[in-house]
Design a binder for this molecule. Sequence first.
Ligand SMILES: Nc1ncnc2c1ncn2[C@@H]1O[C@H](COP(=O)(O)OP(=O)(O)OP(=O)(O)O)[C@@H](O)[C@H]1O
Ligand SMILES: [Mg+2]
Length: 423
Amino acid sequence: MSIVFGVDFGTTNSALSVYRNGKVDIVDVDALSPSGSLMRSVLYFDEDHQIFTGQEAINQYVSDGAAGRFMQSIKNFLPNRSFEGTEVFGRKYGIDDLVAIILKKIKARGEAHVGTAVDSVVLGRPVLFSEDAEKDALAQVRLEKAARKAGFKEIFFQFEPVAAALSYEESLPAGAEKVVFIGDFGGGTSDFTVIRVKGGAFARADRRSDVLSLGGVYTAGDKFDSQIMWEKIARYFGRGVKYKGMGKDELFDIPHSIIYTLCQWHRIPLLRARKIREQIRLIKNAATDRKAIENLEHLIGDNYGFFLFQCIEKAKCELSQHDLATVSFTERDLTIREDVSREEFETINRENVRKIAACIDEVVAKSGVTHEGIDTVFLTGGTSRIPFIRSLFEERFGAAKLEQRNAFTSVVHGLGASVPLFV
Ligand SMILES: Nc1ncnc2c1ncn2[C@@H]1O[C@H](COP(=O)(O)OP(=O)(O)OP(=O)(O)O)[C@@H](O)[C@H]1O
Ligand SMILES: [Mg+2]
């Protein structure tokens, strides 16, 4: 059998595995990144149309003083029908072109590693790109198109949590059989499956009948970052500011849509539209807090949303280990130091957690297996490190059933292990 790649194109991180002679290896895709094996799923275009990916994109963006165009969480746009692409310094890029740049880079790294061209790939996909079936289908079509543009000829899809299950399966002794709940908590989506796994069965047969249920929800790490932004940071950028209507004494609220967009990192560039910037300028001149609107203008104009969200994300990750973290951020004459306690973080995310919990219960119910019938809960993905995510499972299944490891590589390893199912 020829060599096949497994590619986990994640909302936050992407990774690569190689299937060769019945064996799966994970390949480092970004020599510059602190994690080595992972590449941040980001792009940077400088003004000369040079394009950078991963850590190099971040470094270049910083050294250019954020002059070019930076993009993150591109996967989130795949199911978005109205987002067909974007224009960067006068050149048009379709959404599939943007994804293809990342996939092409990963493909090249993999080919350099194995020393030969590889044109077959198993790509991961969340259980749900979108709750709307049509958008969900559109997302996969776009991802497939991107893979083709990146040079892959044979393209297969595997559900991300099923891939994680295949990874988990390899840790079982031969002959052992278990019913496992898999929870993959990433940046964009939380994906679940209840699946029968068998030690020693290394992905040989058609496994469809082992998948007892599948489900997912569009709520994961990025939403938790947004919530911190909304509750703790957005007031520095105009949340709560009022302004006087032209020729009127009445005070109006700053449009909700502006603040809402501001709180979703990947959408901030949409605020660069000329009409919106003009609207913000008018608001500034009649605002109850002019400084906050100036901060908003700088955030949009200087393109520093990424750094702000990195500080928010850092604080969020610290809360997985500590009771208190601080969002620290300085830019021009703005200094932010906001403490967030773990308790507060949990409170402000109550609605997000409720959605996740409802989806977990639905996936268990659909499987037809009782809580007692589920032998193990295997959690993976960066967001599974958050204590309140773990506690959702402790409450339902008991702490003894929880297993957690390889937060960032079990999906990509399992994509490689899926190869014999397809080829
Ligand atoms: N220690 C931590 N505590 C809390 N969150 C964390 C931690 N480490 C990473 N994360 C979060 O995990 C997410 C990234 O995880 P991962 O790489 O599994 O996602 P992804 O595969 O890119 O996304 P998706 O699977 O949704 O497409 C980010 O939101 C990041 O902030
Ligand atoms: Mg993932």
